[in-house]
Design a protein around this ligand. Structure first.
Ligand SMILES: [Zn+2]
Length: 278
């Protein structure tokens, strides 16, 4: 019997790459040291809003295909281009979504949900109190990842972005990045604490959707807004590998590769490539 391959994707909204490189983030650094941290360039046809960027991460196709251009998803084409949790579930994998703040990822609010039909969803909304929402999402994910055998999980953290919008990119924003990193550390510790961890092959992907201007905010075309990043480690990813600039579409491609569904998804015309093949 081959050992089970599992994937944890942690989506951290609105973390600037230059700030990430400056701030003390030991847990994200550990993922990067075991694999890589690479910039993502958001293509010029994709507005630098959370909706289109997370939709590209989730579906593995660009905005022209999934049709999400803003944070209201109405008119989307997610039925033709489903998210990786839903497709993995349909292919027989067990999937999990944990969200504690931004509704349209998990609910019908604003034309959602982006993640249509994971096997299990934990969602508690605290509105714009994203710090509280992130804590709830982390606690839920700690419980679920320890007790259940999910093949693919996505955990969303929204407080960094909300802090940037409210207070700009300064000391409070930096502190929010550190809090997000601490939550990443708790999720990684949970995975390692699984009783079957020694027999499992885990891929961990941390990804942000877009940057922020110095005063806080995004949606424009500046390099600060168009630069995102991916950190990842796991089977097939060589520690310290130089990845160059990645694309958000590569995340879904790598998820499918990691859980052995690349061939099953070959008909989807996914636009990305698994990290190991880049
Ligand atoms: Zn965002």
């Amino acid at each position: 019997m081959t050992s089970p391959s599992r994937v944890l994707v942690i989506g951290i909204d609105g973390v600037r790459l230059d700030v990430l490189r400056e701030v003390s983030t030991p847990h994200l650094d550990a993922i990067a040291a075991a694999g890589f941290l690479a910039p993502v360039r958001i293509d010029d046809a994709t507005p630098t809003w959370s909706g289109p960027c997370w939709a590209t991460v989730a579906t593995g196709v660009s905005a022209a295909k999934h049709g999400i251009m803003h944070n209201v998803f109405t008119g989307h084409r997610l039925a033709e281009h489903p998210d990786f949790l839903t497709l993995a579930s349909l292919a027989g994998k067990r999937t999990y979504l944990s969200v504690g703040s931004w509704e349209p990822l998990a609910t019908a609010a604003c034309g959602g949900p982006l993640f249509a039909a994971p096997d299990r969803v934990t969602f508690t909304s605290y509105g714009l109190d994203c710090e509280r929402g992130d804590e709830a999402a982390t606690v839920d994910a700690e419980r679920e990842l320890l007790a259940a055998d999910y093949d693919v999980a996505f955990v969303y953290l929204g407080d960094v972005d909300e802090t940037g919008h409210e207070l700009g990119v300064g000391a409070e924003y930096t502190a929010a990045v550190e809090r997000a990193d601490a939550r990443v550390g708790r999720l990684l510790a949970t995975v390692r604490a699984r009783s079957s961890y020694a027999e499992e092959r885990w891929t961990v992907i941390a990804v942000t959707d877009h940057g922020h201007v110095d005063g806080g905010g995004h949606g424009g075309d500046s390099d600060l807004e168009r630069t995102a990043w991916i950190a990842a480690s796991g089977p097939g990813i060589v520690a310290g590998v130089e990845m160059g600039t990645l694309r958000h579409v590569d995340v879904a491609a790598h998820v499918y590769e990691a859980i052995g569904l690349s061939e099953a998804m070959a008909g989807l015309a996914l636009e990305g490539k698994p990290f190991a093949s880049l």
